[in-house]
Design a protein around this ligand. Sequence first.
Ligand SMILES: NC(=O)c1ccc[n+]([C@@H]2O[C@H](COP(=O)([O-])OP(=O)(O)OC[C@H]3O[C@@H](n4cnc5c(N)ncnc54)[C@H](O)[C@@H]3O)[C@@H](O)[C@H]2O)c1
Length: 470
Amino acid sequence: MPVKLENGKFMNISVIGLGKLGLCSAACFASRGHRVIGVDSDPQRVRRLQRHECPIDEPDLEEMLAGCWDLLEATDDVEEAVGHSDVTLIIVPTPSGADGRFDNGCVGAVLTAIGPALARKETFTVVDVVSTVMPGSCRERFAPLLETLSGRRCGRDFGLVYNPEFIAIGSVIRDFLNPDMVLIGASDARSAEIVRGLYESTCLSDPHIACMSLINAEIAKLSLNCYVTMKISFANELASVCEQTAGADIDVITEAIGSDSRVGAKYLKGGLGFGGPCFPRDNIAFQAFADEAGVAARLSPSVVAVNLGVVDRLFGVLRDQVAAGGRVAVLGLSYKPRTHLVEESQSVQLVRRLAAAGYRVVVHDPKALEAAREVLGEAVAYAADAEAALARADAVVLMTDWPQYRRLDWARAEAGVNEGAVLLDCWRMLREVQFGRINYIGVGLGGANSERMPLKHESAAGTDICWMES
Ligand SMILES: NC(=O)c1ccc[n+]([C@@H]2O[C@H](COP(=O)([O-])OP(=O)(O)OC[C@H]3O[C@@H](n4cnc5c(N)ncnc54)[C@H](O)[C@@H]3O)[C@@H](O)[C@H]2O)c1
């Protein structure tokens, strides 16, 4: 049952930019009873939505849309949408420039269309920027632009809010409805309260609502993502230390330190580095922002360096095990499970590296094969299923932790690999599997790629299994 706002009414909102984040946001608001007008500059996307088709592949989105079409309409007319809204959210791309800064071009184009609509409106409207922007953008660029175009005062006649999301691709709907925290930077208290009401009536969780100034929210958005990537890189650096330390086990260590509330368990699992459309670029943008502020950021570049080093390390392990020319099966290409996206995927980086070094690479992914083909082209072979990828492989690398790979019948699958093949398991998904032909190497497990600790297949000779704690 949708929750009503204090005044007993649902809100009229518009969402400009119906992409991976925007369409999910629009669907979530509508599913909770708000009336939503969605706007996109892509006429095909608008037409599909008008036909009640779902143009984005994201878990639960299609089902959610099916239940709320009566509250969600799509158009390409920004002015009309703003004219009928209490809050207009802007969720358009802000691509990274060569200097690492986010480009405000699309946001600027949307604001240019919103300005004249604000001039004609008689009711107070909140313009809510959700797109990731550089700190300072709202106060220094967006507010003056809207004031000039509308002839109205920001904070008095209309409100400006910066309200970025902290969702993850593959769980956008769940994350959107159940946030730990909602970040609201506002030009004025009235706008902050309106957006607070919107989220309080939409979220299923009882999130901390952090209201602050525009600049603080802009900095908080970048900082949060940079902090998470610092945790990821810490765990990955720890994993590489564990690999060189007899008996060390990254899972045992991170489970213990993650249970300390000062640390927390999330994003503390040594494995692959971070990728995708947000984390890598937010780190670079933070460095550009620090630089502008006259501060030489030292942590962020180190976090990026550790991240880049993960692929080097994996390549080194494989090169030590299999000579160039060998056949390597790479399972998982998307930057994480439950998405087809390969943007900044560490798997794609490793595949490129292997192919360039003369390995014959066969790849598989449950969802990302087509996206990978666009960036990898003919340099590799594409397998229709995981077992086909494994056929005659000298090495198998488990990159993305898709549950499908955990569930594979490994007893049957390993029959296809070449005798003595190695399996490099980046997330230790298969550490419990008893292999016959395959030599198992778990990332972050001591001695797995050195002679100090035996590999599992050597345990028959009476030595310890490498992942057992002594
Ligand atoms: N996807 C995420 O996980 C995520 C998470 C946090 C923040 N963000 C931020 O949200 C913003 C949008 O990201 P996304 O992943 O949804 O992008 P996207 O590329 O999937 O979608 C953007 C949509 O905006 C539309 N668009 C572009 N210019 C427009 C204009 N002038 N008017 C109307 N529509 C326009 C495009 O046609 C597209 O449908 C970015 O700033 C991104 O950094 C995204």
